[in-house]
Design a protein around this ligand. Structure first.
Ligand code: SF4
Ligand code: SF4
Ligand code: SF4
Length: 304
């Protein structure tokens, strides 16, 4: 990268006071773009790397202002939904709407802008042992920005965590091993075919990258999103435990129970929700899964 080049990243949210994305109180930075398409994804707005225009139907009073205001004729006069094929995310409709029913998801930001914003919570980080977590989407999908942001955090003394699905080239993953203080690393299923059918990619690269990171001595918390009917069966839990036990340093694991709150997000984006109507696993099922993993020799963290 040329000297003096300002790296910009694309984020879709900054969540302050998070207590679920690593130790202490944290700011979680959600980067846009992900190579996976998990059918339970709670952040479907994170998946595409491009900005997206969305409509919050519940807020629309059908005043009609946005349709003629759109310079590309992208807004339906009937539904007021934007046509992604025509929309250029110019933001005109957002400014026109009197009831805040329209939004653009995804904004470009420099590292300094990001860290100035996140840095306001420094006293909370210091008090609680917290810091900044880069999540998404998939933060490794914006490697130049992630690297610059991690280096900027280190210069400013912020603890960092990278929340990753692990699906990235090996050299890239290894390159980040010493640039972040912690990885939050998802394992979704030990079965390659089941993994492929629910996420769009097989799990081989993900598992091998995790093995490599642990071998390099990186600090890792494994996370297992607990998705009813997909990966919460005993066979998969036992296979996951055996794999994590085999990793150098035997990292701890936490369970992230599925929660059924994303259906509205899919509607706003005008996309089908593959798990429409699915319900969260009951607490006793989550406890049983945690108990099984513990009985198989893992340290189970209670986050999420
Ligand atoms: S963001 Fe711009 S192009 Fe897209 S729907 Fe709104 S006004 Fe039209
Ligand atoms: S401008 Fe806003 S309130 Fe009016 S029709 Fe469009 S989305 Fe609905
Ligand atoms: S890896 Fe995470 S962000 Fe990407 S599709 Fe899966 S659940 Fe969504």
């Amino acid at each position: 990268m040329a000297a003096g080049t300002v790296v910009r990243g694309r984020v879709f949210d900054l969540q302050r006071y998070s207590i679920r994305d690593g130790p202490g109180i944290r700011t979680t930075v959600f980067l846009k773009g992900c190579p996976l398409r998990c059918d339970w994804c709670q952040n479907p707005e994170s998946q595409k790397p491009e900005p997206e225009s969305v409509l919050f139907p519940g807020r629309c009073i059908d005043c009609g202002a946005c349709t003629p205001a759109c310079p590309r004729g992208a807004i339906s006069p009937e539904t007021r939904r934007p046509d992604p094929a025509k929309c250029a995310c110019c933001g005109t409709c957002v400014e026109t709407c009197p009831s805040a029913a329209r939004h653009i998801i995804g904004r470009d930001i420099t590292v300094d802008e990001l860290l100035d914003e996140a840095g306001r919570d420094r006293p909370f980080y210091e008090e609680s042992g917290g810091g900044i977590t880069f999540s998404g989407g998939e933060p490794l999908a914006q490697p130049a920005f992630l690297g610059a942001a991690l280096d900027g955090c280190r210069e400013r003394g912020f603890h960092t965590a990278v929340d990753t699905c692990g699906y990235a080239p090996r050299e890239q993953v290894e390159g980040f091993a010493r640039r972040t203080d912690l990885f939050l690393y998802d394992i979704k299923s030990m079965d390659p075919e089941r993994h492929r059918s629910a996420t769009g990619v097989p799990n081989g690269l993900i598992l091998e990258n995790l093995k490599a990171l642990c071998g390099l001595g990186a600090a890792v918390w494994v996370r297992l999103p607990l998705i009813p009917g997909f990966n919460d069966d005993e066979e998969n839990l036992r296979a996951t435990a055996a794999f994590v036990r085999s990793l150098t340093g035997r990292p701890p694991i936490s369970l992230l129970p599925y929660h059924a709150t994303a259906a509205d997000k899919y509607r706003r984006l005008g996309r089908p929700c593959a798990r429409e109507g699915a319900v969260a696993p009951p607490p006793d099922r989550v406890r049983r899964a945690a108990g099984l993993l513990e009985s198989l020799g893992l340290v189970v963290l209670s986050e999420g």
